[in-house]
Design a protein around this ligand. Sequence first.
Ligand code: UDP
Ligand code: MG
Length: 156
Amino acid sequence: MSSEHATEQTFIAIKPDGVQRGLIGPIITRFEQRGFKLVAIKLTTPGKEHLQAHYADLSDKAFFAGLIEYMNSGPICAMVWEGRDAVKTGRTILGATNPLASAPGTIRGDYAIDVGRNVCHGSDTVENAQKEIALWFKEGEAVSYKAAQYGWVYEK
Ligand code: UDP
Ligand code: MG
């Protein structure tokens, strides 16, 4: 496998409950320790319109209004993480949407109980990751660098 495959990016967000509960550090630590590289990060309260765009696919769901209220209730820690298979592995690190169905050892399985307070977001496909990164970050806001640990994480 060539090194270009280690450049997949995913959008990970710590939701307002995760920020308020002091979980920014522990959540970042899980991605760092796995070997993924942080390439963009900011605390933001982007407003309802932006949040509705982020969750546009869910606009017909009964929980949509409550979801937007929840996401608009405080700062969100928006991040881009990069690495081999970052999208799928990011979802594995997050756990299932419903925290009660999430395995211990996952973020939701360790820190959450209710689906409407599940502390984090992660892109579900590479295509959606690209859309979400473009929605939350300006062009060039994600930095490009080689991590010092690269050769200790990847064979090639
Ligand atoms: N959600 C909810 N009730 C539900 C399903 C989802 O409140 O029955 C919320 C939950 O916060 C979830 C978000 O809507 O994380 C987006 O739902 P999705 O199905 O995309 O789950 P995710 O991709 O976050 O695992
Ligand atoms: Mg989703």
